[in-house]
Design a protein around this ligand. Structure first.
Ligand code: ATP
Ligand code: MG
Length: 564
């Protein structure tokens, strides 16, 4: 069976329109049946969950059709780009589970080729140097309903353009004084055809080529040609490039004519990912970092891949999420709770269950021997018995959650209250007998008596009580800082609030730090940064890199249930 047939069998119904297009091309024998894609990030920021959608498509399509996917940094604007971003992007793609093997490229690898090709276009009267200012060029561009005006430099001799083009690169011409433009059609209904700019002067050292160049190619010119140089068959990108596609094809056709080849890459566009309560603009994410409104690019509230990783997301959960939302031609907004559902689903299978008390209050079990310590065995994951068990010590004084106790409770309150029995998870049934308050009336301690016959293996072990509470033995407890994360923005679509400063839309409770939590000793022995746990009855938590010898720091990945 060929790859195509296999795929048809397995996934007939679930093929998206891009996969269908690729299969048609294979069936028609285009490019000899080759599938070669690329992921082209600009190294001007960290990757975010939207990029993950593009990555899953680019690398995923190559995987499905026995093809290849290149990683190509689109580094044509030295002002905003940096090697810090290059390194972080590579780390994140690997973490997501994809690999470009030996095919790591940079648009800057092609600066010479692109230059030579631009010179050839000048010689063929397909490009010219314009000495007008950016404002004048913009004015002459016209509107979609009104034709543009030809530049007075449009028909200058090719020799003159060639000479000026070379000067643009020597450093002797000021930024903005000249540009190279493609000579296409100032009356075209497609604005992108109205003599688009191919090169501009930027006097700023480039992170790879240093001061070798002063003239840099524009995206539309550099991108399609780089695809061509690499033999890309399917150049998959987001919908905003749909209107650029005729220009993409135009440049590729010119290159094909110049080189005398017969191959042309094909651009296909899909809808970008927008998530509720999230902002995906790299410029704004950079602003959040620069202004210290978040901890860093990897702040667990950021929609960046490294932020999601620090928050406790797994690569599988992100890939599952992308798979669920699919690829279409319609822009829309995805509910962030769908992303949260994916991580909950994954961690339910993977996370070890532990006991942690976030807002502790002490309970003294008055009839329990002062020096006795018993050890109970807890399932690491009831969803998966193969994960085994771990020990948790029990003693006379324990912590429970403050909200699990009520002095005057209604009949419907099944947690701890005076004269009622509750079960301490994995241990005994206890009955509350009283409490002690300080001078301000705050509860300091709660008193209980336990039923020695109620632990596993004893006559009352199956006795029914309505509530089960989690707990931590006071003298075995280990201090923890718990960072509760909530949505970063207070509005569903922060990007839509054009008039508001986006900083005013930040949720003041997006991070709530709790310093006085206690966790069971198992975590002291085992928790390493990146490890994921379910705090019983509370949620999923991930160990943060800020943890020290004295206390473990946990980030809340997600609560146990969708509360919104
Ligand atoms: P900008 O170009 O404004 O700096 P960008 O988000 O487009 O930002 P790139 O580094 O150019 O950043 O993106 C690399 C690839 O990721 C592009 O092919 C782009 O279409 C895709 N991409 C970017 N944002 C999203 C998104 N929200 N959803 C899906 N794909 C995206
Ligand atoms: Mg882009």
């Amino acid at each position: 069976m060929t790859t195509v047939e296999k795929n048809e069998e397995a996934e007939k119904k679930s093929l998206n329109f891009i996969e269908q297009a690729i299969e048609n091309d294979i069936r028609e024998g285009k490019n000899g049946g080759r599938v070669h894609t690329r992921f082209p990030p600009e190294p001007n920021g960290y990757l975010h969950i939207g990029h993950a959608k593009a990555i899953c498509m680019d690398f995923g399509a190559a995987q499905s059709y026995g093809g290849k996917c290149n990683l190509r940094f689109d580094d044509t604007n030295p002002v905003k780009e940096d090697t810090e971003y290059v390194d972080a992007i590579m780390e994140d793609i690997h973490w997501l589970g994809f690999d470009w093997e030996d095919r790591l490229f940079y648009a800057s690898d092609y600066f010479q080729k692109l230059w030579d090709l631009a010179e050839e276009m000048i010689r063929r009267d397909l490009a010219y140097v314009d000495e007008q200012s950016a404002e004048i060029i913009a004015q002459q561009k016209g509107t979609p309903t009104q034709a543009g005006i030809n530049s007075p430099y449009r028909d200058r001799p090719t020799e003159e353009s060639l000479e000026l083009f070379r000067k643009m690169n020597t450093g002797e011409i000021e930024e903005g004084a000249m540009v190279l433009r493609a000579k296409i059609d100032m009356t075209s209904p497609n604005m992108h055809f109205r003599d688009p700019i191919m090169y501009r002067i930027i006097k700023h050292p480039h992170h790879r080529t240093g001061n070798a160049w002063n003239a840099y190619p524009m995206y539309d010119y550099a991108h399609g040609q780089s695809d061509y140089f690499e033999g890309i068959t399917h150049s998959i990108c987001t919908l905003e490039f749909e209107v650029h596609r005729p220009l993409y094809d135009y440049f590729a056709t010119k290159l094909m004519e110049i080189e005398g080849g017969d191959y042309k890459p094909r651009q296909i566009e899909f809808n970008r990912l927008n998530l509720t309560y999230t902002m995906m603009s790299k410029r704004k994410l950079l602003q959040l970092v620069k202004e210290g409104l978040v901890r860093d690019w990897d702040d667990p509230r950021m929609p960046t891949i490294c932020g999601l990783r620090r928050r406790g997301y797994t690569p599988e959960s992100i890939r599952n999420f992308i798979n669920r939302i699919g690829y279409t031609k319609y822009d829309g907004m995805i509910d962030v709770s769908l992303l949260e559902h994916s991580i909950r689903e994954d961690l339910n299978k993977k996370a070890t269950r532990v006991s942690a008390v976030i807002d502790p209050i002490k309970v003294v079990i008055t009839n329990y021997p002062e020096d006795l310590v018993e050890t109970f065995s807890i399932d690491n994951n009831p969803e998966n018995p193969e994960e085994g068990k771990h020990d948790i010590p029990f003693s006379r004084e324990i912590y429970i959650e403050r909200e699990d106790f009520m002095e005057e409770a209604s009949k419907k309150f099944f947690r701890m209250t005076v004269d009622k029995e509750v079960r301490l998870k994995g241990a005994y049934i206890v009955k509350c007998t009283g409490l002690k308050k300080d001078e301000n009336g705050n509860i300091e301690e709660i008193y209980c008596e336990y039923d020695p016959e109620s632990k596993t293996g004893m006559p009352n072990c199956n006795k029914k009580v309505k509530g089960t509470l989690h707990w931590v033995s006071v003298k075995h407890s280990y201090p923890a800082e718990v960072r509760l994360y909530n949505r970063l923005f207070t509005v569903e679509d922060p990007s839509a609030e054009q008039d508001a400063d986006f900083r005013t839309l930040l949720n003041p409770e997006s991070e709530v730090v709790i310093n006085k939590a206690f966790v069971e000793p198992y975590l002291k022995e085992n928790a390493k940064p990146g490890d994921k746990y379910q705090f019983q009855r509370i949620g999923y938590f991930c160990v943060d890199k800020d943890s020290t010898e004295d206390k473990i720091v946990f980030n809340r990945t997600v609560s146990l249930k969708d509360s919104k």
